[in-house]
Design a protein around this ligand. Structure first.
Ligand code: PGA
Length: 253
């Protein structure tokens, strides 16, 4: 059985104080919802709030993710954060390959691959984001684009390691735009993703969580999450308040 995982990506939002307030509320909400022990719940905060986010969510099944990492343990890399530093404060997941990092910071598939391997070596789990641009979809290149992202991003990774990777399919045209992929469009691409993962990792692909991301909200979550190959969500805007995020969690149960 694949695990359903609902993850929030706060991006560059929320101060430390705000983080504590929201996560305290979320923790209380989650405790009141039956069945949340069967799914994964993750929140990705900015670096500055990670330490308090971990402390605030102690004794709950909410886990904390970083939104980036530099793939070296330590050294002269001004402004960067290492996996050792994340591990040390209790971070368990790292969001990697997000389209905003690919677009604005020109992160390549090979650099993302380096980061994924590094995160795995520190026994944390990458949330590996992939997704096509609108132009790719309109010119029929979606499968080609995502296949390249998966093959290059996960190159050199063993089936055993792949078990610890969450894949997040986020069509770039659906991120922050209010335009969600229809459940059918999303499911079709998720099937293709599973096929590529199967080619690389065999039966392990059946156990891998593949999330959908891109304008997922309480009103559309249930339909998306009911698709066979959609095993959760990576949620931006709607993860910024505890109520909406809790409603998405309910939709996953
Ligand atoms: P969104 O962002 O839910 O605001 O569209 C999703 C993401 O970028 O992970």
């Amino acid at each position: 059985m694949r695990k359903t995982i609902i993850a929030g990506n706060w991006k560059m939002n929320k101060t430390n104080k705000e983080t504590i307030i929201i996560l305290t509320e979320l923790k209380e909400n989650v405790q009141k919802i039956d069945g949340t022990d069967k799914i994964g719940i993750i929140i990705g905060t900015p670096f500055t709030a990670l330490s308090d986010a971990v402390k605030t969510t102690e004794n709950s099944n909410i886990k904390i993710a970083a939104q980036n990492v530099y793939p070296k343990e330590a050294g002269a890399y001004t402004g960067e954060i290492s996996p050792l530093m994340l591990k040390d404060i209790g971070v368990e997941y790292v969001i990697l390959g997000h389209s905003e990092r690919r677009d604005y910071f020109k992160e390549s598939n090979s650099f993302i691959n380096e980061k994924i391997k590094c995160v795995l070596s520190y026994e944390m789990s990458p949330i590996f984001c992939i997704g096509e641009q609108l132009e790719d979809r309109e010119t029929g290149k979606t499968n080609e684009v995502i296949t390249t992202q998966i093959k290059e991003g996960l190159s050199g990774i063993s089936s055993e390691e792949a078990k610890n990777i969450i894949v997040a399919y986020e069509p770039v045209w659906a991120i922050g735009t209010g335009k969600t992929a229809t459940p059918e469009i999303a499911e079709e691409t998720h099937k293709e993703i599973r096929k590529v993962l199967k080619e690389m990792f065999g039966e392990v692909a059946e156990e891998m969580t593949v999330q959908y991301g891109g304008s997922m909200k309480p009103t559309n979550a249930k339909e998306l999450l009911s698709q066979k190959n959609i095993d959760g969500g990576l949620i931006g805007g709607a993860s910024l308040n505890a109520k909406d995020f809790s409603d998405i969690i309910k939709a996953a149960l």
